[in-house]
Design a protein around this ligand. Structure first.
Ligand SMILES: [Zn+2]
Ligand SMILES: [Zn+2]
Length: 383
């Protein structure tokens, strides 16, 4: 960016230009100067046409050419002009956007990213084992096989046969609550999966259990030489009639865990919707266990809905303390179920809540492994 003499001052000799510059910076009125020197520009633009000051004692860090100080309207009006290179456009006195500086900054950013990657890798290797094992599908417990398939379907395959983050799936891994975390934890503890060190950085911050701090944004490595092949073989073995006996023995536990989580999710929703306090954990767990002995999850939903309805009624009628409401809910559901049993009512199945999509775990368990779909929701478990 060598300074070019502007055509509007090209009619002046070098001496005239120097004189004009000097008089302008000495504070003479621009309107007088443009008239006297016959410069065809608006007076407030005159400074743009004047040659910059060359700083002969300072050189550009990048190319060694002399630096110049760009003109401002008056030195005292807006402070001194920027100091830039007379040749390569590098700015010497502040943030510079020249090609060399841009490249330097991007290299620095890249080094920073590499450093973080290396740190994350070291952190992961210190915390989790990445030892791969050749696995047959039936080396996995039933719960592990179901959980692994659910994680893969939620996260999806990424490059290098790693699995994406389950938190970005439109279908939740498991019903709201702890079950999703428990599935991931059990897979990590069994050495089936480990957090991928290439996960987004926000996945890892200090935490002291088996899971990364933010497991729902973590990518996963399946610790076997050919993850996709293992998953295909699990899907094949999942077909009815192919199951190993150990899987059959475990089925009831898995169904019950899912059913309990679905009941808990639905109860929390029904109570929250009516502004009621959460049901106490131990009592509600015992209640749902009891209900699920005879009723399907869908029927439990009907009972839970009725129980929540009765509870808010009770609160209004008796002006009862909110703390009583939680216990009342448990009791109301239990009484409902007991009467249904003794009087042999048929309880119509309820519906899934539109606010909570059926989970991946339910899809995998009832569509892939049992091949009965929503019958798993509508029919009693028989466990
Ligand atoms: Zn330069
Ligand atoms: Zn620069």
């Amino acid at each position: 960016m060598k300074f070019q003499i502007d055509p509007r001052v090209a009619h002046l000799t070098a001496a005239q230009l120097t004189a004009l510059t000097g008089r302008y910076h000495a504070g003479e009125r621009a309107i007088d100067l443009v008239t006297e020197y016959q410069v065809r520009c608006a007076p407030n633009q005159l400074y743009r046409l004047l040659p910059p000051t060359v700083l002969r004692d300072r050189q550009c860090d990048i190319c060694g050419a002399p630096l110049i100080q760009v003109r401002r309207s008056r030195p005292d009006a807006t402070g001194p002009g920027n100091i830039v290179c007379s040749v390569c456009a590098h700015r010497a006195d502040g943030p510079c956007g020249c090609a060399v500086c841009k490249r330097d900054r991007s290299e620095q950013r890249q080094r920073e990213v590499m450093r973080c990657r290396a740190e994350q890798e070291a952190y992961c290797c210190a915390r989790w084992s990445y030892a791969e094992r050749v696995r047959a599908p039936d080396d996995l417990t039933f719960a592990e096989a179901v959980a692994l398939l659910s994680v893969v379907r939620c996260g999806g395959w990424r490059a290098n046969e790693t699995v994406g983050a389950v938190g970005y799936s439109a279908v939740p891994l498991a019903p709201a609550g702890e079950l999703g975390m428990q599935l991931l934890t059990s897979l990590i503890r069994a050495g089936v999966i480990a957090p991928d060190p290439d996960s987004p950085m926000e996945a890892f911050t200090a935490s002291d259990d088996d899971l990364p701090a933010f497991p729902y944004v973590t990518y996963w490595r399946i610790l076997t030489p050919s993850p996709t092949a293992l998953v295909r073989r699990i899907e094949h073995l999942a077909e009815p009639g192919e199951w190993p006996q150990t899987w059959r023995d475990e089925l009831g536990d898995m169904q019950l865990a899912l059913a309990l989580a679905e009941c808990r999710e639905f109860a929390d929703y029904c109570l929250l919707e009516r502004g009621l306090p959460e049901a106490p954990e131990v009592a509600s767990e015992a209640l749902f266990q009891n209900l699920l002995r005879d009723f399907s999850v869908a029927q439990c939903f009907r009972i839970i809905w009725a129980g929540a309805h009765a509870t808010s009624d009770f609160l209004v009628r008796k002006r009862a303390n909110r703390r009583h409401a939680a216990n009342y809910f448990i009791g109301a559901c239990q009484r409902w179920a007991d009467r249904a049993r003794t009087e042999a009512w048929t309880i119509k199945p309820g519906f899934r809540n539109n606010n909570y999509r059926r989970s991946q775990l339910s899809h995998v368990l009832y569509d892939v492994f049992l091949g009965i779909g929503e019958k798993g929701f509508i029919e009693p478990l028989g466990v």
